[in-house]
Design a protein around this ligand. Structure first.
Ligand code: TMP
Ligand code: ASP
Length: 261
């Protein structure tokens, strides 16, 4: 598989072409941004961890029958994925009130919602990803009624699976954001879960202490950002070989280097 030219660069990832027109390479950067780029930093090792965490979660979802773009991990920072046309909507699921929901509607942080709340935001950084309704989606043709019906069902199923997966490792899945894309498959468009699922795109709280193990550590200046991500990876049982993340040479994209003890 040859990595070709850069097709797209986002805030946390880069997409490269390959010599197969149906496949692309997704590269995870260490850049962390919040509030649509107003706040920026580099978190050394974040890209490596998100590559592994997202692989683990999408693979688990695949095993439960969810179709995703994931094909295989290529190296520490890169994975091979199916090329899709991203639907320009961020699908947010909330189980516990936090973040923008608390600010927008005055709901107290930590309120457990009676049932999962599904929200739609337009994927548009300049407009700061505004909240939209289904009527907006249909009126402006961002997706069709049948696509949204299918996506809503898949999204709630993903929530069920992930709530269970995280509960099993002592983590509350507070909320998360996912994206979908359309891929060409046997003469028809197939909807695939795309992008990533990682501590960048989820709120993850330790069940006992409610310690935040996600990007809120950066958004809220809580410090030790990488430790939260590392803890999630450790509990998912991935990268068990890492006893101290500082020992890895994160700049290598092709191989893991360990210091000899
Ligand atoms: P919010 O409370 O800021 O609306 O975020 C809800 C969830 O969506 C939270 O888990 C963080 C995630 N998210 C993203 O992954 N990307 C984004 O651009 C935004 C705004 C939220
Ligand atoms: N993803 C958005 C940004 O990078 C917002 C966020 O995650 O808080 O600015």
């Amino acid at each position: 598989m040859n990595k070709g030219k850069k097709l797209y660069e986002g805030k946390a990832k880069i997409i490269y072409s390959t010599n197969d027109k149906y496949l692309v390479v997704q590269h995870f950067k260490d850049d962390a941004t919040a509030f649509n780029n107003l706040k920026k930093t580099k978190v050394e090792g974040k890209g490596v961890l998100n590559n592994r965490i997202s692989e683990c979660i999408l693979t688990n979802l695949e095993q439960c029958g969810i179709k995703t773009h994931f094909v295989k991990r290529l190296n520490m920072r890169e994975q091979l994925i199916k090329r899709v046309d991203i639907i320009p909507i961020e699908f947010i699921v909330r189980n516990i009130a936090s973040g923008s929901l608390t600010k927008r509607l005055g709901i107290s942080d930590g309120t457990v919602l009676e049932k999962p709340l599904l929200e739609y935001c337009l994927k548009n950084d300049e407009l700061q990803d505004p909240l939209i309704s289904k009527e907006h989606i249909f009126n402006f043709d961002w997706a069709t009624k049948s696509e949204i019906e299918e996506i809503d069902k898949i999204t709630l199923r993903i929530n069920d699976i992930l709530v269970g997966l995280f509960r099993g490792i002592g983590i509350k899945l507070v909320d998360f954001k996912i994206e979908y894309g359309k891929a060409w498959n046997k003469n028809e468009n197939e909807i695939l879960l795309a992008d990533e699922i990682s501590p960048d795109t989820c709120r993850l709280w330790d069940i006992k202490t409610e310690k935040k193990l996600d990007k809120d550590r950066f958004r809220k200046d809580l410090g030790n950002i990488i430790e939260g991500y590392q803890e999630v990876a450790r509990r998912l049982g991935i990268m068990p070989e890492i006893s101290n993340i500082k020992e890895i040479n994160f700049n290598k994209s092709s191989s893991i280097k360990f210091k000899k003890k």
